[in-house]
Design a protein around this ligand. Structure first.
Ligand SMILES: NC(=O)c1ccc[n+]([C@@H]2O[C@H](COP(=O)([O-])OP(=O)(O)OC[C@H]3O[C@@H](n4cnc5c(N)ncnc54)[C@H](OP(=O)(O)O)[C@@H]3O)[C@@H](O)[C@H]2O)c1
Length: 298
């Protein structure tokens, strides 16, 4: 019999990759507030607000999933900083409800956290390094991580690096899609040279999250690419790969922008553990970029 997989935030960027790539061993369920475009006819789509906890409980009891990949969140750092009450209920409140449901139903949770849990003073963070938030979004994610680890024995806290890629189903929060749209209109792209990341392509990320939903791994794991890059160099590499002039990439320093919530400077993550425990291969940035650009509809 197929295992049941529930994906929260199923209209989002990361969820699109999970749902598009999920193999035949899974019976797929997805929750989102907005409608989800087609592309996966075997997906049972449930359209409701996850903050409706009584509906969530009913749905969960009905599906009894073997695993949940919890991607839904208020994931825009600046909007989260400005709308803290809403971010609190979606990021922490919903996660707390899902933890209780996973515990009651024996469901494995894969929680999507972030490299932003680190303050960016050190870089090359491994899973044992202590998190320290520099903005409200990160603060909510750290508290969720702690709840997941305290209340569930078999859960995964997957810390996602900056996700590079094109949406595979739905749209969501893809910086690469926005960057390409700007390049195509000959518009400049601002790229902070002071923010260093280990970007992961969305295709590899979807495969890794599916693997974690189906295997026995429990604990924290860093899902990150092999190549540390500052966002200016990353943007120039993207422009060059796509045949656009690097003059369209404007070098900035995000610390000078007082309208942006604080960001960690060097949030690079060490992916040694992921390379050791996962069958999914973590890639160099150039290879990941090629892989995700290959999914673009011609
Ligand atoms: N993208 C990155 O670079 C990155 C990096 C590190 C970590 N992450 C984490 O990875 C996860 C997925 O990120 P993403 O880039 O895929 O974000 P995204 O495209 O913004 O997707 C998040 C989804 O959550 C859903 N959602 C939010 N509030 C909801 C609610 N109350 N009820 C139901 N659905 C709700 C949204 O759907 P509706 O619009 O339908 O409400 C949205 O589609 C997030 O937890 C994020 O923090 C992302």
């Amino acid at each position: 019999m197929k295992k049941r997989l529930l994906v929260t935030g199923c209209g989002g960027f990361v969820a699109g990759s999970i749902l598009k790539q999920a193999g035949n061993e899974w019976k797929l369920f997805g929750v989102s507030r907005s409608a989800v475009p087609g592309g996966r006819s075997d997906l049972t789509h449930l359209q409701f607000d996850l903050c409706d906890f009584s509906r969530l409980r009913e749905v969960f009891a009905d599906i009894r999933p073997a695993a949940v990949i919890h991607t839904a969140a208020k994931a825009d750092i600046d909007r989260s900083q400005a709308n803290q009450a809403e971010t609190e209920i979606v990021n922490v409140g919903v996660t707390q409800q899902l933890i209780t449901l996973c515990r009651d139903h024996g469901t494995k949770m894969v929680f999507c956290s972030t490299d932003a849990v680190f303050d960016g003073k050190k870089g090359n963070y491994n899973e044992e390094d202590p998190p320290h938030a520099v903005n409200f979004y990160a603060d909510t994610k750290i508290r969720c991580e702690q709840l997941v680890q305290k209340e569930l024995n078999d859960a995964v806290v997957a810390r996602l690096a900056l996700v590079a890629g094109l949406p595979m189903l739905g749209a969501g929060n893809s910086f690469l899609a926005k960057m390409i749209a700007s390049f195509e209109q000959n518009k400049p792209v601002m790229a902070p040279v002071n923010e260093i990341r280990t970007p992961i392509d969305v295709v590899t990320l979807g495969q890794a999250l599916l693997e974690l939903a189906g295997n026995d791994f429990a604990g924290i794991i860093h899902l990150a690419g092999n190549t540390p890059l500052n966002r200016y160099d990353m943007s120039c590499q993207i422009a060059t790969t796509l045949g656009f002039p690097t003059a369209l990439v404007i070098r900035t320093n995000s610390a000078d922008d007082k309208n942006r919530a604080p960001r960690p400077a060097d949030a690079t993550m060490n992916n040694t553990k992921a390379r050791r425990v996962l069958k999914t291969r973590m890639l160099d940035f150039a290879d990941g970029l090629r892989l995700t650009l290959g999914t673009k509809e011609k």
